[in-house]
Ligand binder design. Structure first.
Ligand SMILES: CC(C)CCC[C@@H](C)[C@H]1CC[C@H]2[C@@H]3CC=C4C[C@@H](O)CC[C@]4(C)[C@H]3CC[C@]12C
Length: 296
């Protein structure tokens, strides 16, 4: 019944859509784009009938509907954005596959706090690192610092010089530009990265995935070696019901590019991971002391 009504509405409104001008056309096209994107990015589940509605695709230059005379096929709009969402999902899948295999990990660092960094060499991928740490925070709080407020990371992590969000694609995907700080003694020069960052929440766990990507408007910058991050992933898993404790598992898979001896790379990367949790703990304790402060 419902699909029939929708089809009828489409039939009735079709002539109107065709005779619409400029802004109106763009508005309808934009709504269509939005619905397609939401549906494809599976941010919302639309009822089945929604797929019967065929949206008019407006030409971005002329504002006129494309395929004049025929009802256009379901739009392949914002394809570029869907590419990023899929890259993020793919990164998560690949990173989880690596983490799922519990065999063959070698211990690189064991901190007094109990944080541990492990490594494994994978054929075709090279050496990957895995950090395991328990933090006094909920997954949501960590998601806030690591995803929502990612641009603030340089304020608490001295290994990061700058992070900028170049593009938001919905709430769960973004393209970021990161610049690392110079390491002590400038053993490894500054690197910059353009990455797709994708978040996925499942039950009580939060997954933050990432992988190197391209943004035409952001080619490699002069003076920086463009490195490649990923497929990487951070898993935030709550520990215990009441206590604010969270298990953080971080798979780091980074190609620093440039001319660097492997021995240096294999030393700085696990160290950067171990340092990351130290800085993150400090940030969390500062956040906590703020939230405990009386309001006035
Ligand atoms: C050894 C030198 C060259 C590199 C050291 C800098 C490293 C530690 C920095 C540079 C960019 C940083 C990443 C930038 C963005 C994110 C996304 C966020 O959701 C989780 C943390 C994560 C993944 C950061 C982890 C730390 C990071 C990888």
């Amino acid at each position: 019944m419902l699909p029939a009504i929708v089809k009828l509405c489409c039939g009735i409104s079709y002539q109107h859509f065709r005779s619409m001008t400029g802004l109106q056309q763009r508005a309808v096209a934009a709504i269509g784009q939005e619905i397609n994107l939401m549906q494809r990015g599976s941010q919302i589940t639309l009822p089945n009938w929604a797929s019967h509605v065929q949206w008019i695709k407006a030409n971005s230059h002329t504002g006129k509907p494309e395929n004049e005379g025929t009802i256009s096929t379901p739009m392949t709009l914002r394809e570029e954005e869907l590419v990023y969402v899929n890259q993020g999902k793919e990164a998560l899948k690949k990173a989880l596959e690596i983490l799922q295999d519990k065999d063959g990990w070698k211990r690189e660092i064991l901190e007094e706090s109990g944080d541990v960094v492990l490594s494994k060499t994978l054929p075709g991928t090279g050496k990957v690192f895995r950090l395991e740490a328990v933090l006094d925070a909920t997954p949501e709080e960590l998601y806030d610092d690591l995803f929502v407020k990612v641009e603030e990371m340089n304020q608490w992590n001295p290994d990061v010089k700058q992070i900028k969000i170049l593009k938001h694609i919905g709430q769960d995907t973004m393209v970021t530009h990161e610049v690392s700080a110079e390491t002590a003694g400038n053993l490894v020069g500054q690197r910059d990265f353009v990455s797709v960052r994708h978040c996925c929440k499942q039950k009580s766990c939060i997954y933050l995935a990432g992988a190197a990507t391209h943004l035409e408007a952001f080619p490699p910058q002069k003076g920086f070696v463009r490195a490649q991050d990923g497929p990487m992933c951070i898993i935030l898993q709550p520990l215990g019901e009441e206590k604010k404790k969270c298990q953080l598992t971080w798979l780091l898979n980074m190609d620093l590019k440039g001319w660097l001896p492997k021995s240096i790379v294999n030393q700085v990367l696990p160290q950067a991971q171990a340092d990351f949790t130290k800085h993150l703990r400090k940030r969390l304790s500062e956040n906590m002391s703020y939230s405990n402060k009386p309001i006035c």
